[in-house]
Write a protein that binds this ligand. Structure first.
Ligand SMILES: *[C@@H]1O[C@H](CO)[C@@H](O)[C@H](O)[C@H]1NC(C)=O
Ligand SMILES: *[C@@H]1O[C@H](CO)[C@@H](O)[C@H](O)[C@H]1NC(C)=O
Ligand SMILES: *[C@@H]1O[C@H](CO)[C@@H](O)[C@H](O)[C@H]1NC(C)=O
Ligand SMILES: *[C@@H]1O[C@H](CO)[C@@H](O)[C@H](O)[C@H]1NC(C)=O
Ligand SMILES: *[C@@H]1O[C@H](CO)[C@@H](O)[C@H](O)[C@H]1NC(C)=O
Length: 760
């Protein structure tokens, strides 16, 4: 998604982490009702999320009884009127409901003994052919073989709906879902769409209409669902680019779609309802390519819903957000979630900007017309009139600028989708667009389905083109299109938009956890943009990287059915790569080595994740000690746990003491000691030796330095002490942050965890 200027607004804004292409259509919808009589009352009603003290006998309650009990708690004014005030009842991942209330009613409700909290929901604004082989997945080998392509696993996707007839979701040759499956499809009265797409529900409620079938009008959900578990589809491409066989990460896993977003955004009440239903339906993995900005976990419906899902053994993967490269720009920061950042793959859709003086600059575009002339055309800078909105090629900003038949240089930014800039150039009569990156996005141009011949170039190349325009008498240019080029040795690179740590909600937990493919990803789409059938689309975002990881988690669930969600996560993190295809450290958009707040543990390596040697497991109750250690009140912890908690009675732990497969140390003047426990999931007899990359500015002491295992599933605890070096003895006395790693190495495995140290 394009960066939005209001991203640090205090409102928790859910960004469907796509944006890109569809931002232009994501107009805010008016909340005005169509019924004038109810207009005044309705406009005062807001949807509140209400958490209640869980009734003791909830397990035995029928859904209708629970619903009636929730209803009985409502203020009389909300009960009396014969209106549909209740929006959703929650049972599994939260105790409570979503209800339409006036502010006064909410205040009255909040005072009830049974009520833990009420808050108005946020109306959130909306946040492959090649990736399997890039990630080393091959037919008949390794993880795809061991997991039988994810057979028997159910992946739930919470998104914009799905296009069920797409061949990526064909049921041909798929076995029926496991017996535990309780979900269903809401398309034309059939309970099951097919054995691939086994569930599809719509939680987008529009009070003026009955619930629609969960079709995907946006495209995002069809794309993410096919990335996580789409089947093999031949001859996929977009405008002839990225041609090949499209396939998801876990092609034999079953899929269930839970629709919670439309063009207007995703509502928090619907997301919670989707997670509540998915857990009851029996999904093994949940994939959420959406999220809000940082918020305490008891206040963040995704964190809260994910907590109970993980307690029940469901693996939850979420996108990290598209608000990079700024620091502390993450979504979905809870330690029980796998938080996924985005990286590039080794595939580019190359277009070249060629200037009249002979220089040429490489960039990207998906739309690559074959008939664009190689003759030089006049070249102009859109912002030559000194107007910033013209420089950004904002809608209607070129109406009085002479761009007819010319190539127009536009600047990236200004909160305007890249494709929309091209549309403005086209509408104003321009022949083509050169889009120069912003300074922050640097060397990370993105391939888009532009509406005219275009090329997106880096910031420095853009500056050179601007210089040329300013210095040449009659500046001219053309664009040539080279098509798809595979084999970039710098891949994977962290993308500019991928959100960065540190973690604001819990600074003692390093986030993101891992990065995966999220730039220029081809996957299924509801409609064709180039008359190609079946339709595919290429888009970018952490929305695209999340389903890669949820699919890989599905493969691991299938090959290691006994692993907990925390063990699967550990396996993914401790085996992640820190070097690119060229064997050099992974870079970021500036082409400098990316730090751990950009990469987390590194770039996912699914083959290695299937055989990690050791795992850092976390028992469900450990998260309770962690939550109490965060300093939340008993009531706040109780909202997340759905039960009464007395933190004084719980053995609290500090954040860094959670058995997490990374360290995030807030370093003050004194030493800090922690333990970690590793479980042997490799050969019974194994010897591991310590390898330390000690962060600058601290001394680390680890005991023991060798671990000898004699059996499978044996657990061994080691301790780590971090001691700050005196400021003056540090090389850099302004040091704010340092990073390193701790690796246990055997003859077969290297189990690495990253370390971040922030000096206070
Ligand atoms: C609800 O339906 C009406 C009528 O089709 C439409 O105008 C409105 O945008 C819809 N609202 C949402 C939130 O989808
Ligand atoms: C791809 O398309 C070509 C030509 O249209 C056809 O011959 C071939 O069988 C197709 N391949 C697959 C895997 O569908
Ligand atoms: C810049 O252009 C926009 C769009 O044409 C216009 O609304 C705005 O007033 C202009 N600003 C200045 C400072 O001229
Ligand atoms: C073309 O002009 C740009 C900007 O002045 C300059 O950086 C580049 O070196 C020039 N190319 C050639 C071949 O002179
Ligand atoms: C693209 O094609 C041009 C020739 O038209 C060539 O000079 C250039 O090196 C090519 N670029 C890439 C990245 O393949």
């Amino acid at each position: 998604m394009e960066k939005t200027s209001q991203r640090r607004s205090t409102k928790m804004k859910l960004a469907l982490l796509l944006g890109l292409i569809f931002m232009p259509f994501a107009r805010p919808t008016s909340s005005a009702t169509q019924n004038p009589e109810l207009g005044e009352l309705k406009s005062n009603l807001k949807t509140y999320i209400v958490h209640v003290k869980k009734p003791q006998d909830v397990a035995s309650l029928r859904n209708e009884d629970l619903h009636s009990w929730y209803h009985s708690l409502l203020p009389a004014t909300a009960q009396a009127q014969n209106q549909q005030r209740m929006v959703f009842s929650y049972k599994n991942v939260a105790s409570g409901f979503a209800v339409k209330l006036t502010a006064e009613e909410a205040r009255v409700l909040q005072e009830k003994e049974e009520i833990l909290s009420t808050k108005p929901e946020e109306t959130y604004s909306l946040h492959t052919t090649h990736t399997p082989s890039f990630l080393g997945l091959q037919q008949g080998l390794g993880l795809w073989k061991d997991s039988k392509f994810g057979e028997g696993v159910i992946i739930g996707v919470v998104d914009t709906g799905i296009q069920p007839s797409h061949p990526s979701f064909s049921g041909e040759g798929m076995p029926p879902p496991p017996a535990k499956w309780k979900g269903f499809c809401e398309f034309n009265g059939q309970r099951t769409c097919n054995n691939k797409l086994i569930g599809a529900r719509n939680f987008v409620k529009n009070s003026t209409l009955p619930v629609d079938p969960p079709f995907d009008q946006v495209g995002h959900g069809t794309h993410t669902a096919s990335t996580t578990a789409g089947r093999f589809v031949g001859n996929a491409s977009v405008f002839d680019n990225a041609k090949g066989i499209a396939v998801g990460m876990a092609p034999n896993a079953h899929l269930a779609m839970y629709k919670v977003c439309g063009f207007y955004g995703c509502t928090e009440s619907a997301i919670l309802a989707a997670m509540d239903t998915a857990v009851e339906d029996g999904v093994d993995v949940l994939s959420l390519s959406l999220g809000g900005f940082s918020s305490p976990f008891f206040h963040d419906s995704i964190a809260l819903g994910a907590f109970s899902a993980v307690q029940q053994g469901v693996f939850v993967a979420c996108s990290a957000g598209n608000s990079g490269p700024d620091d502390a720009s993450l979504s979905n920061e809870a330690p029980w979630i796998l938080t996924v950042g985005a990286s590039s793959i080794d595939r580019k859709m190359v277009a070249m900007a060629k200037l009249g003086n002979g220089s040429q600059y490489e960039g990207q575009s998906v739309f690559q017309p074959k008939d664009f002339p190689s003759t030089l055309l006049p070249l102009v800078y859109a912002g030559a009139n000194g107007n910033e909105s013209s420089a950004f090629c904002a809608p209607e900003s070129l109406q009085n600028v002479d761009v007819k038949g010319k190539i127009v240089l536009c600047e990236q930014g200004g909160d305007i989708a890249r494709v929309v800039k091209g549309k403005e150039v086209k509408d104003a009569g321009g022949a083509a667009m050169i889009l120069m990156n912003s300074e922050a996005e640097a060397f990370n141009p993105i391939a888009d389905v532009h509406v005219l011949p275009a090329v997106h170039v880096s910031y420095v190349d853009g500056l050179a083109i601007k210089n040329y325009i300013n210095s040449a008498m009659t500046p001219t240019a053309t664009i040539s299109f080279n098509g798809t080029v595979i084999g970039n040795p710098l891949a994977p690179e962290v993308t500019s938009f991928s959100s960065r740590g540190p973690n604001s909600a819990s600074p003692g937990i390093l986030k993101p956890d891992v990065i995966g493919p999220g730039l220029n990803i081809l996957a299924a789409w509801p409609v064709s943009v180039d008359n190609h059938t079946p339709p595919f689309m290429i888009i970018s975002g952490t929305s695209m990287s999340c389903p890669h990881l949820s699919g890989i988690a599905g493969l691991l669930r299938s090959s290691h059915p006994d692993w907990s969600p925390a063990a699967i996560k550990s396996a993914i993190m401790t085996t992640a790569e820190t070097v690119n295809l060229g064997g050099k450290p992974v870079l970021d958009e500036r082409l400098v080595p990316a730090n751990v707040f950009a990469t987390g543990a590194g770039h996912v390596n699914p083959i290695k994740a299937s055989d990690p040697g050791l795992v850092y497991d976390i028992r469900p109750e450990d998260y309770v000690s962690y939550l109490c250690g965060l300093g939340y009140t008993d009531r706040q912890v109780g909202i997340i746990l759905q039960k009464k908690v007395e933190c004084l009675e719980v053995k609290s732990i500090t954040e860094a003491q959670l058995n997490y497969p990374s360290f995030s140390i807030q370093m003050g003047p004194s030493s800090q000691s922690y333990t970690r426990t590793v479980t042997n999931v490799g050969p019974g007899n194994s010897v591991y030796n310590l390898e330390l990359d000690v962060p600058e500015g601290v001394v680390m002491s680890v005991t023991p330095r060798q671990i000898i295992f004699t059996r499978v599933n044996q657990k061994v605890t080691y301790s780590v002490e971090f001691t700050p070096l005196a400021k003056k003895t540090r090389d850099d006395d302004d040091l704010e942050f340092a990073q390193g790693s701790l690796t246990w190495v055997s003859d077969k495995h290297a189990v690495r965890i990253p370390i971040a140290v922030v000096f206070q």
